[in-house]
Write a protein that binds this ligand. Structure first.
Ligand SMILES: [Cu+2]
Length: 637
């Protein structure tokens, strides 16, 4: 084993953007307790750093260290959004939500077990299981799914989930292979009762095993793979000092939040600012089966909290080579700190050819190797696992890649040519769905004054200036106001969005910039009048541009769970602020529409999606001419 763990220097001094420490969580908890906010049975649905405003960080005047907590009284449902100052030892604000208008707090860890108890004690649900021949409740796994907001109004006033069931007949069986279809229990988490059961149809519980680690299912392990070892005998080329990460021309701070997971701060290239803060603060997975499960759609960040479920990564298994890990500190619902060891993985990778040319005139034959710095984490939200990867390349390219893997959500296949799902195993269906992520890019390309241009390419028709019809032009449209900047990608026009500095010019006198290259996959496919479309307004467009506002952090609003809709980006742009030459935030929706394949069952090979940012006139030429040949024996003449 050549892998070694590179440990960060823990003695580095604290920075205002460093994640909250265990001691800080405890100190904040004491302030809330002293203020009477933590009477039993109040629970923490979220607890994390409330970052100082950008200007305070940039001017080194961020003096106040604050934490934010979402509190839920599990007996009354009262929900309170609290900010405390650790510096001043006091509660800064405590706002009680009006859930039908504001939304509910995210799901609590304990609500998973609670739901199982409530459902299994309910005579109506037991009868629905018994009608399907399911009498041994110890073999049934319940799956609580966030409820959305579909009315009637008396339902939307409850803190509730809807519950589907799966059969797990023996230890280590894969329950997702055996969905109990047609029936759902609606559970009030405060009353602790099943208040409604929908029982629409009965289909046999699919029987084929999906236990992908059972030799009877997978067959014997193949024996033909020889070892691959990654060695860096002189160590990696990056430096990690506390949360400060520096590699080649790049530098940034690495943060972590229980809700949005990995956050990157103050990303600079050759000491020129590029992005003040980059993260994936929201995602939705809406399912497309219109029958009794029409409500199935998860906002994994806003409703379940992606960061809280981060995996501890294992050297040689999850990550290969010279790895530096950062632990993440989150809290349990009592507000007690919990460390996730090795939550963030940092390493360097060879990435094939950087540039190469054999010149037919001067005989020079040269090639250079590309490398990238990788900062990543993996989280498990129910059946799916998501890896969030940020790549930084020698040539200034930034790439964000999300790796979706795990187990697809299943139902029973009704037979025939069911239009909304794929039959992936006998009698087992996987409904069509989307995974739509929202990236928040608080851009600072060469400073705070930025603007966004939409750039399309097209050919021109034959005419006096273009007699042979071969002309290719760019159409550049400046997006000057928020109302104008809700945009969709267009692959047929090669549409990109160029973020330019309105203050700095390159050597040729043109604005320095970075271009966002989208993947142009479909945005939200739900009807614009659908309840889910109101709640996932961000997913109606690939691009949004807003004026920076420290309050505007969450694309689907602060409180996503059971939010009635309209929060987040559609509300942010309602003021139609000027975004030309301003301190702006670029928001990008991306992700696949997933029509499951048989090959996605029983565990799904990684499906990737993401976007790319490339320097565009940020440099005056290829910034990697100084990269030396990779090895003395490579031609360099
Ligand atoms: Cu999927």
């Amino acid at each position: 084993m050549t892998d070694t763990a590179v440990r960060p220097d823990r003695k580095a001094s604290a920075h205002p953007l460093d994640p909250a420490t265990a001691a800080e969580y405890l100190a904040g908890r004491e302030i809330m307790a002293a203020a009477g906010l933590l009477a039993e049975p109040v629970r923490f649905a979220y607890y994390g750093l409330e970052e100082p405003p950008k200007n305070d960080v940039l001017t080194n005047t961020a003096a106040d260290r604050r934490l934010r907590a979402y509190l839920v009284d599990t007996a009354t449902g009262e929900s309170t959004d609290v900010v405390v100052s650790l510096t001043d030892h006091q509660v800064v604000s405590a706002r009680t939500l009006d859930p039908p208008a504001d939304g509910q707090m995210p799901i609590l860890d304990s609500e998973f077990a609670l739901v199982d108890e409530i459902v299994k004690a309910d005579p109506g649900w037991r009868a629905a299981m018994a009608r399907r021949g399911l009498h041994d409740l110890s073999q049934i796994r319940t799956c609580p799914i966030t409820a959305g907001a579909f009315g009637p109004a008396e339902d939307d006033r409850r803190r509730m989930v809807r519950v589907l069931a799966f059969v797990m007949a023996r230890e280590h069986d894969l329950a997702w292979a055996h969905p109990v279809d047609g029936v759902a229990a609606y559970v009030d988490l405060i009353d602790r009762s099943v208040f409604k059961i929908t029982d629409e149809f009965e289909l046999p519980v699919p029987a084929s095993s999906g236990d992908y680690d059972d030799e009877a299912v997978r067959g014997p392990h193949r024996t033909t793979l020889r070892p691959i070892e990654i060695t860096q005998p002189e160590g990696p080329s990056f430096n990690l000092n506390g949360t400060w990460l520096q590699w080649q021309d790049w530098s940034m701070r690495v943060g972590f939040d229980a809700r949005e997971g990995l956050t990157l701060h103050q990303i600079s290239l050759q000491e020129r600012p590029v992005i003040y803060r980059a993260s994936i603060p929201e995602m939705i997975v809406p399912y497309g089966d219109p029958r009794f499960r029409y409500w199935q759609a998860y906002f994994d960040s806003g409703e379940y909290l992606c960061g809280k479920w981060a995996n501890s990564l294992e050297l040689g298994c999850d990550c290969l080579g010279e790895i530096a890990y950062l632990d993440a500190t989150v809290t349990d619902e009592g507000g007690q700190p919990r460390t996730i060891p090795n939550a963030v993985c940092i390493h360097e990778e060879d990435f094939g050819i950087l540039w190469k040319h054999t010149d037919i005139f001067n005989g020079s034959a040269q090639s250079r190797r590309q490398r990238r710095l990788v900062v990543s984490y993996f989280t498990t939200i129910g059946n799916y696992d998501y890896g969030f990867y940020w790549y930084f390349y020698l040539d200034g390219t930034i790439e964000c890649e999300v790796k979706a893997t795990g187990v697809i959500f299943t139902s029973a296949y009704p037979g025939g040519d069911h239009p909304y799902s794929t039959e992936v195993a006998p009698g087992l269906a996987a409904p069509f769905h989307q995974h739509l992520f929202s990236a928040r890019l608080d851009v600072t390309v060469d400073g705070l004054a930025n603007a966004v241009e939409e750039v399309d390419v097209s050919g021109l028709p034959i005419g006096p200036e273009n007699p042979y019809g071969n002309a290719i032009v760019q159409q550049v449209t400046r997006l000057t106001r928020e109302s104008q900047a809700g945009r969709r990608a267009d692959g047929s026009r090669g549409r990109t969005w160029r973020i330019v500095s309105t203050e700095r010019a390159n050597g040729l006198g043109r604005p320095t910039g970075f271009t966002l290259y989208p993947e142009s996959a479909p945005v939200l496919l739900a009807d614009p009048a659908a309840p889910v479309a109101a709640r996932a307004g961000f997913a109606a467009n690939h691009l949004w541009v807003t004026r920076y506002d420290p309050e505007q952090r969450w694309p689907a609003g602060d409180f996503v769970n059971q939010n009635p809709g309209g929060a987040g980006l559609p509300a942010f742009v309602a003021g139609d602020r000027d975004i030309d030459g301003a301190d702006i935030v670029v928001w990008h929706t991306f992700g696949p529409t997933h029509v499951p394949r048989l090959e996605d069952w029983p565990v799904m090979p990684v499906a990737r999606c993401g976007f790319t940012l490339k320097p565009t006139g940020f440099f005056d030429r290829n910034p990697t001419l100084d990269v030396p040949p990779p090895s003395p024996h490579c031609p360099s003449g």
